[in-house]
Design a protein around this ligand. Structure first.
Ligand SMILES: C[S@@+](CC[C@H](N)C(=O)[O-])C[C@H]1O[C@@H](n2cnc3c(N)ncnc32)[C@H](O)[C@@H]1O
Length: 263
């Protein structure tokens, strides 16, 4: 009997991410799950006065513009960190030439929930800088707020690597800095369109608590129900996380504090 190889982050060709198919499946129209994620994230962003955050991060931004829009009122500089050449090309074109019309309903919703956002989406995206790089390039303590949507669990099959991603995500904000994240719940490795299989590791709320409880304070996990208008990715919904990096000392955690495998 052969053993199944666990695919790690470096085993996938992220430069070949199928931007057009991914947008078509997920972001060409506002899906019910997007409405849920935007409501959750907007309720965090609007707690901050306009321009009060010097620097924020979108980790693994991909071609998704709505997390960047949401940061546009509070943040003076938004770093959209992304390794994939295909996603970087799409992001740069959106910022240089203005966002595709299909993003307008997303922006209308973001602005209705955070009136501090400017009238135009282009204006809201002005603080965004596209930063080529991976999670390994991040320097601890750099940001006031870090956001990560569908990344740590959607880029590796290795639960220890998932934990390490989350650990870097927590430490990249300054002590007291805010964390905001969305995850695909219990999603196994997945396809976009008819393309290759991308590595994922199924996580649920218990797995997220196992990783984030020892590393953060004020952990809250909400949930959006499974969106049946999306292709069948094998997920069971979307846990939504907010927490802070502790200001005081925490008990030491290592990546061996891995979440149990679920799903
Ligand atoms: C499922 S997509 C999510 C994209 C986007 N955040 C969204 O909300 O749709 C996973 C993203 O993680 C990026 N990624 C893969 N490996 C990464 C790494 N080592 N560091 C940072 N981002 C990575 C991919 O290029 C891709 O954009």
């Amino acid at each position: 009997m052969g053993t199944t190889q666990v695919r790690r982050n470096r085993d996938a060709d992220w430069d070949a991410w199928p931007v057009a198919d991914y947008l078509a499946e997920n972001y060409r129209r506002l899906h019910p799950c997007d409405i849920g994620v935007i409501h959750h994230h907007a309720s965090v962003h609007r707690r901050y006065a306009p321009g009060s955050l010097a620097r924020t991060l979108e980790l693994g931004a991909g071609p998704n513009l709505y997390p960047l829009m949401l940061a546009g009122a509070a943040s003076r500089r938004i770093d959209a960190l992304e390794p994939s050449v295909a996603n970087l090309r799409y992001l740069r074109r959106q910022l240089d030439r203005g966002p595709d019309d299909s993003w307008q309903p997303f922006y209308a919703l973001c602005r209705s929930l955070d009136p501090a956002l400017p009238e135009s989406c282009t204006e809201a995206l002005r603080p965004v800088r596209v930063v080529p790089g991976t999670v390994d390039d991040l320097v601890p303590g750099t940001y006031d707020l870090a956001s990560m949507n569908f990344v740590a669990e959607s880029v590796t099959e290795d639960i220890d690597e998932f934990t390490r991603f989350c650990d870097v995500f927590v430490r990249v904000v300054r002590p007291g800095g805010r964390l905001l994240a969305a995850f695909m719940e219990r999603m196994p490795s997945y396809r976009i369109g008819a393309g290759p299989v991308w590595p994922a590791c199924p996580v649920d709320e218990a797995a997220l608590r196992a990783v984030f409880t020892p590393r953060t304070t004020g952990l809250r996990i909400a949930r959006v129900v499974k969106d049946l208008t999306l292709p069948e990715y094998g997920d069971t919904g979307i846990p939504l996380l907010t927490a802070e990096r502790p200001t005081g000392p925490t008990r030491p955690v290592t990546t061996s504090t891995a979440a149990p495998r679920h799903g």
